[in-house]
Write a protein that binds this ligand. Structure first.
Ligand SMILES: [Fe+2]
Length: 496
């Protein structure tokens, strides 16, 4: 095992390269239009301290870097499934890491933020993030994968001053259920003992960790947050996210007196006031000594709402955030500018990797409703399956049929032909999860939908395949063109 003092010193060495950025926004380049948003904020004299930009076409990121040269940029990655024991064996892993480093360099980001979550596991694909199995072995695998990514950043992302971007691991949301054998904060403590990564604490995700574990039936939210923060490696938290929460469109709002709402992570939705009370509690915790940035995560949110929420948050929290960051930067920096090896962690042995591979295959089959709930990490769910049932019966079918591309809009002619032949579209959900599939390209849910739907039609209504092929071709063409153009509209007004 690595020397935890060494890991801690390595983290401190990397941390000192990250200046305090203050309050900012975590955004998408396209939705809403980033330049329009920045202009609106500047009109209100609300220039953000930084912008964390979600993965996009590299040309688009380069355009952003040039257009907002006076605002520091940070990078929110996607598509490196570091929770998975076989991710490094994927034929696309090296390519994905290479692209990620190119993008980090193109915006001169000080960090790579990546969710500790996946959208693919054991040959099964999903549209939205699924949390890891919260087990000891799973934590060791995450740590080993972070080491590999950090080493790639140290090699290829090194800047002229010898520093490299830091891997930040974000605690993901729970979407109705929790699977694991150890508490969430303990899981992250195991990881930070092994690798010198930083962390992102998302306040809305923390709310879902309360809502979708037994805690919400046992203790108050305030007590849960207090206990969580005492155990979580808060000293590694570099960035805090605050984003909206909302009931999924397949779930109604709770009626008065019905208890806690079934909110899930929803960046387009307003930020509930309870999250700001939680933020206060987090900022007041004495272990929060490495904080550099606090962002409202606002991708897909209407610009007017972003501006109002950001103005109010700055008014209420900027002093507190400055105070908290000063607490952190007052810590005496350690020697040395150059990054050290990311860790001296021993590799996870093959039999453990195989074990975890099997656990993840069962995970995918359980949450897609193919097999019963069996296994020690499913004890919570076995005692109350309400949340998993919600996920299996409402959330997941909606994801496959409508989210990230509505099938009836993508394939109107084929869908009409299926109806005429008595094939129900909902059968596509079980078809999708019927068996694991080898990866044919880097993760892209839209392309996956096209590929799988074509196979579905071929099997269920072979004579309708001709329609599906025509519609697939035009969808792929339009998608490729959109990605190639990829440029956000740039109409910047001079900064004020
Ligand atoms: Fe987040």
């Amino acid at each position: 095992m690595p020397d935890s003092d060494f890991v801690q010193q390595d983290f401190q060495r990397r941390l000192r390269n990250i200046p305090p950025l203050g309050m900012g926004l975590s955004v998408d380049v396209y939705s809403p239009n980033l330049f329009e948003l920045v202009n609106k904020l500047r009109e209100r004299k609300l220039q953000p301290g930084y912008l964390e930009v979600f993965k996009a076409a590299t040309t688009a990121l380069t355009t952003v870097r040039q257009a907002v040269s006076d605002i520091p940029l940070a990078y929110h990655g996607e598509g490196l499934w570091i929770t998975q024991p076989d991710v490094q064996e994927s034929p696309f892993f090296q390519q994905d890491v290479g692209e990620m480093v190119t993008q980090l360099n193109s915006i001169q980001s000080l960090w790579l933020n990546h969710e500790c979550a996946m959208k693919q596991m054991a040959g099964y694909s999903f549209g939205t993030y699924i949390p890891p199995l919260y087990t000891r072995l799973s934590a060791e695998v995450v740590a080993a994968n972070i080491v590999t990514v950090q080493q790639a950043m140290d090699r290829q992302g090194r800047r002229a001053d010898g520093t490299a971007p830091l891997f930040l691991l974000e605690m993901p949301p729970l979407t109705y259920f929790f699977a694991g054998t150890i508490p969430i904060p303990h899981f992250f403590r195991l990881i930070t003992a092994l690798v010198p990564c930083g962390l992102v604490l998302d306040i809305g995700h923390l709310w879902t960790a309360y809502r979708y574990t037994a805690a919400c039936r046992q203790i108050s939210l305030e007590r849960f947050v207090g206990a969580f923060l005492d155990e979580f490696p808060l000293e590694r938290v570099i960035e805090i996210h605050v984003a909206g929460l909302a009931c999924h469109e397949t779930v109604g709002e709770p009626k008065a007196g019905e208890g806690l709402p079934e909110w899930i992570d929803a960046h387009a939705a307003p930020i509930p006031s309870i999250l700001f009370s939680m933020l206060e509690q987090v900022l007041a915790h004495s272990n929060l000594v490495s904080l550099r940035a606090v962002a409202l995560e606002v991708d897909t949110k209407p610009i007017e709402m972003i501006v109002e929420e950001y103005a109010e948050t700055v008014r209420r929290f900027s002093f507190l955030v400055q105070q908290t960051m000063a607490r952190g930067t007052a810590v005496k920096p350690l020697m040395g500018l150059h990054p050290c090896p990311a860790s001296v962690q021993e590799p996870v042995c093959q039999s453990d990797r195989q074990q975890l591979r099997d656990d993840y295959a069962r995970y995918a089959q359980i949450i897609s409703g193919q097999v019963p709930i069996i296994g020690i990490e499913w004890q919570d769910v076995a005692s109350d399956a309400t949340g998993l049932t919600r996920y299996r019966e409402s959330y997941l079918p909606h994801e496959i049929l409508h989210w990230g591309g509505d099938l009836e809009e993508m394939f109107p002619q084929t869908c009409r032909a299926l109806v005429e032949r008595g094939v129900c579209l909902t059968e596509f959900v079980s078809f999708w999860f019927r068996s694991p599939r080898p990866l044919t390209h880097s993760y892209d849910f839209f392309l996956l939908k096209i590929e799988r739907f074509l196979e579905f039609v071929t099997e269920r209504a072979p004579d309708a395949r001709v329609f599906a092929e025509q519609e697939s071709d035009s969808l792929r063409l339009a998608y490729a063109q959109a990605n190639e153009v990829g440029e956000p509209v740039m109409e910047m007004e001079p900064s004020q």
